[in-house]
Write a protein that binds this ligand. Structure first.
Ligand SMILES: O=P(O)(O)OC[C@@H](O)[C@@H](O)c1c[nH]c2ccccc12
Length: 397
């Protein structure tokens, strides 16, 4: 709400500003025919030019100069995207606010926007870092090249099917076991971290699927880990645990052997979730769309084609964990709507004991995503039996 108010206060509507209308017109005349969002590499600018009519009176008219007009356009698009996100209750800004280009003539509030250029919380910090990281990676391996790599990728496996099967086999929620070395909230979870050994141990212990963290800076994960696990012959389908802000990352995950990918509703507006989900379907990847509050789950449930929703008990902005969030979000009518739509719910984070598992199962989840409590055990696979209160491996010892 706060974000919405401040955005509205600083972005007056076009109709109040004849000045901007004329600027807009001159930009659109001057823009290359390519789409306005993808023109970041070219540039334009607007300069006020003195026009002196014969009668001696001077007026100022904007004259488009390519370089800065594009900066203005990009800034406007960014502001518009933030406004759309804010209208859906999303507080995370995709990029640091840059403020309008210097020449931009508008009400003085615009000038103030450059202030407070630091992320408001850890999730926002991660997202800003991810945005620049992906831009760099994309330059090195453009989408076209990446698409070619897909031909050599190992074929996608049925992530949701594996969870369903495990749930039927054990009568307990299907387990997505997380290969997690560290996190910003808990620090290093395991010093002697061998991703393949941990993955194999999870598989022996009865995990239905695995989640592999690929973020390097904040979680000490990597795509190399994902590839290593896939190439080691682990049969559990793999979730790529990333902070997705760009379709490029989905192609990259598939190229590295992922079978599913995470999308975070606190970061992505509905249109992005729809678009990214479509790409995933095209590539044969499942999507796990993560929510943390009522507003997010209500948004996601209404998006066509959503089959798997994760309820994160951890607030990624504050790190607070509360497993009753899973229950709260699927109670009553909301839960009924989810069941009617055939959506499977995953309870995520902060699950340590058989009681925790029973609690979220009773709430209605058919799968759980667990990292810390099992990855810390000297034998992570055996940790699974401790977590569930019984041996759920395919061939119990
Ligand atoms: O280690 P835990 O508390 O069992 O949590 C696992 C998983 O839910 C958590 O790692 C997670 C959930 N959503 C995320 C999004 C990004 C990074 C990590 C996560």
């Amino acid at each position: 709400m706060e974000a919405l108010v401040s955005l509205r206060a600083t972005v007056p509507s076009l109709t109040h500003r004849p000045n901007k209308l004329s600027v807009r017109k001159s930009i659109s005349m001057d823009l290359p025919t390519r789409n306005s969002v993808s023109v970041a590499s070219s540039s334009s600018s607007i300069r006020a030019q003195q026009i002196e009519p014969k009668d001696g009176s001077a007026t100022v008219a904007p004259v488009p100069v390519p370089e800065e007009a594009l900066k203005v356009k990009e800034w406007e698009v960014g502001m518009f995207q933030n406004e759309v996100a804010a209208s859906q209750g999303i507080r995370i800004r995709r990029r640091p606010p840059t403020g309008p280009p210097l020449h931009y003539v508008g009400p003085f509030e615009f000038r103030l926007q450059n202030e407070g250029n630091t992320p408001r919380n850890i999730l926002e910090e991660i997202i800003w870092h991810k945005d620049t990281e992906v831009a760099r990676l994309r330059e090195r391996r453009p989408l076209l090249a990446l698409k070619k790599e897909l031909d050599n990728a190992p074929p996608p496996r049925d992530f949701i099917g594996a969870l369903r099967e495990a749930n039927l086999r054990t009568g307990l929620p299907g387990l997505i076991a997380e290969v997690k070395k560290a996190s910003p909230s808990r620090g290093i979870l395991r010093e002697d971290f061998n991703p393949v050994e941990i993955a194999q141990s999870y598989e022996r212990g009865g995990a239905a699927c695995l989640s592999v963290l690929t973020d390097e800076k904040y979680f000490k994960g990597s795509f190399e880990n994902l590839e290593l696990i896939r190439n080691a012959g682990v049969k559990c389908p793999l979730l790529c645990k990333e902070f997705v802000v760009d379709a490029w990352q989905i192609y990259n995950a598939r190229a590295k052997g992922a079978d599913a990918i995470l999308l975070i509703a606190a970061v992505l507006p509905d249109l992005d979730i729809k678009y990214l989900t479509k790409i995933c379907k095209m590539l044969g990847l499942a999507t796990l769309v993560e929510v943390h509050n009522e507003r997010e789950i209500d948004r996601v449930v209404e998006i066509e084609g959503i089959e798997l929703i994760g309820i994160n008990n951890r607030n990624l902005e504050t790190f607070e964990v509360d497993i009753s969030i899973t229950k709260r979000l699927i109670e009553g009518e909301r839960g009924q709507r989810i069941r009617d739509k055939g959506i499977m719910v995953v309870g995520e984070s902060g699950l340590f004991t058989p009681d925790d598992i029973a609690f979220v199962q009773e709430a209605g989840v058919r799968a759980v995503l667990v990292g810390e409590s099992i990855v810390k055990q000297s034998d992570p696979g055996k940790g699974i039996a401790g977590l569930f209160g019984k041996d759920i491996s395919v061939c119990p010892s």
